[in-house]
Design a protein around this ligand. Structure first.
Ligand SMILES: [Zn+2]
Length: 320
């Protein structure tokens, strides 16, 4: 049963993705706000409608939407809401929510070059092109307005935006200081560590973002902010946020140590390391397992623990 708790209600929505259900939230502020909406499916729309009804609300009562990030399981259902409904989020949502031909072409070029550099054989490239498939569950929208670090959204005077890039470049959370309540999107998930998903460079920049390094920095940033209740994008609420963050940071360090040990034995490309790390799933989940693997290499490079050499456009890594 969906119910209010200090002006926040959690709604659980089914998704067609491996991640399972997604959580979205209603906030009763000066205006009625939905934080995230779910994927673009009839089942998701039905779930939103039914659970709003349990709160005595209809979808038409929603005054505005705030997005924690652009992923289809969080944003896709916007297409089912009226085009006039205001939608707010980080500026970097727009390139995914309403992708231009130019951006999609740039995105393709970025990944083709990256796949070459990672040493992925051409036969596998089609497996990595999962983004296009996922766009089916996404929406076609432009944000009404932007939210960045420290902003207070219109009609939510108790809440403040905290930027937490890593899982997505567009990722933010909403923080209510008076009771230390946080709606954190996918940055903190109780039962799983979120994937540091690769995205092409931000417009005007040459290098791609390093999502695992950003994710770690965002985790450390949250350590400093008191939070007694974290509402997550998937799964259960988190009551002991710092405990979870320390667990995620040490798990991450262990994973990178494993990769470092592999590279002590022999020089590897990122794809070769991915095959060794995820022998059972790398073919089926190439994009996600490659994102994970690239993250470990970014981490070890940033620590100065490994060095790279380029052979015919392919990077190979080894410990010093
Ligand atoms: Zn996500």
């Amino acid at each position: 049963m969906t119910e209010w708790k200090n002006g926040v209600a959690k709604i659980i929505i089914p998704t067609p993705f491996a991640v399972g259900d997604v959580n979205i939230y209603v906030i009763k502020g000066e205006v009625l706000t939905l934080v995230d909406v779910g994927p673009k499916t009839d089942e998701a729309w039905q779930a939103v409608t039914d659970q709003l009804k349990e709160l005595g609300l209809r979808t038409s009562d929603i005054d505005q939407v705030v997005l924690t990030h652009h992923h289809p399981d969080h944003a896709g259902l916007l297409d089912y809401f009226p085009a006039s409904l205001p939608v707010y989020g980080h500026p970097l949502n727009n390139r995914w929510l309403s992708p231009t031909e130019h951006f999609l072409a740039e995105n393709d070029q970025f990944f083709i070059k990256a796949f070459q550099e990672f040493g992925i054989p051409k036969d596998y490239w089609r497996l990595a092109g999962a983004i296009k498939k996922d766009l089916k569950y996404s929406c076609n929208r432009l944000l009404t307005g932007f939210l960045v670090e420290g902003d207070t959204p219109i009609g939510l005077s108790d809440w403040q935006v905290i930027e937490t890039p890593g899982h997505a470049q567009s990722h933010i959370g909403l923080y209510r200081e008076k009771d230390h309540c946080y709606i954190g999107g996918d940055h903190l998930i109780a039962h799983v560590s979120p994937n540091p998903i690769l995205e092409p460079p931000i417009s005007g920049e040459l290098d791609r973002p390093k999502p695992l390094l950003q994710y770690i920095a965002s985790l450390k940033k949250l350590l400093e902010i008191p939070m007694s209740l974290v509402y997550s994008g998937h799964g259960e609420e988190i009551l002991h946020k710092n405990e979870l963050i320390h667990k995620r940071l040490s798990q991450q360090h262990e994973r990178s140590e494993k990769v470092k040990k592999m590279l002590e034995k022999e020089p590897l490309t990122i794809f070769e390391a991915c095959q060794l790390l995820f022998p059972k799933v790398y073919e089926r989940q190439l994009s996600l397992t490659m994102s994970e693997t690239v993250g470990q290499f970014d981490y070890l490079m940033a620590q100065g623990a490994i060095v790279s050499t380029n052979e015919n456009g392919v990077w190979r890594y080894t410990t010093k």
